[in-house]
Design a protein around this ligand. Sequence first.
Ligand code: EPU
Length: 332
Amino acid sequence: MKEFRDFPLKSYNTFGMEVACARFVQVDREEEICSMAELFRTPHYILGGGSNTLFTKFYEGTIIHPAFGGIERVEETSDSVLLRLAAGEPWENLTEYCRQNGLYGLENLTGIPGLAGSAPVQNIGAYGTEAKDCIEKVYGYYTDTLQPFALSNAECRFGYRNSVFKQELKGRCFITHVHFRLSTRPRFNLTYKALAQAMEGHEPTLDSVTETILSIRNSKLPDISKIGCAGSFFKNPVVEESQHQALLARFPDLVSYPAEPGYVKLAAGQLIEKAGWKGRRIGDAGIYPLQALVVVNYGNAKPEEISQVYGQVISDVENLFHITLSPEVNII
Ligand code: EPU
């Protein structure tokens, strides 16, 4: 375990915010968690790759960062492999491991930044696939008692960018590892429109789907090594079918996706674009010109500028559509 005081977080958040925290604890081995009872009783925040967090000010508490990685095969059946991913393993190492080893199921999630331990928290998803489709169990410790837990897929109560870790167990768990079950037989999900269109006429293989996903992502999402952001800043809103019908009368080209019965999911990016925000900026903060769901830091955005951008977006979308967008990123 390594500990630092007044630690700068710029390289620990993909937004690239110039903030610091009072104390930073890097956990190098899973066993170290057992000696952290006292620390867990003080204000803290568990930070993975920092790709879904916006720091708006100096963090007075302790940032706890899992730095133990590893990918292990724990079981093989006639048609599947069970992988154990340690919390600190970068997500992209998992999708690359799957590509190299002929394991199917997570290829649509190629190119997502962040660490494996964070994937179940918000049930990361893209192009018709969600982490929950392959998660078998999530392991860790309850931070109040230091009792270990092993939650099944059903117990994690996964939903759209949601899980028990964002609800009842919010702030009460340290996830140490995740079991993913991958198929050894080809099993592609090409239902997402943009993916289906791009794959037309191409044989789906792990390589071709991976390359296609990366090229779609690169055409819409900023390269986080150059432009700070945390991917989609807002969740796509779910509205009642009656509200959807009323909106369609005003905006016939409104994009929608099926949700639970009686509801539809709308594309927040399209709503933000229609509200006139695509490509607009305030100082060094702005809305990305190629995908309006992404709030970006062009270099030295001040926290106030980022807040002004997303606050103004929320209110303009509300005025135009009577829909309140909820941030997808954790704002600290
Ligand atoms: N759209 C616009 N204008 C925009 C952006 C989008 O009209 O500026 C329209 C597109 O034309 C399309 C629809 O909105 O018809 C959906 O756009 P896209 O396929 O880019 O996906 P999204 O709904 O905007 C979601 C996820 C992304 C994920 C993509 C692909 C959320 C909050 N975001 O975005 O996830 O990569 O689908 O599956 O669900 C992330 O979570 O950080 C993230 C990037």
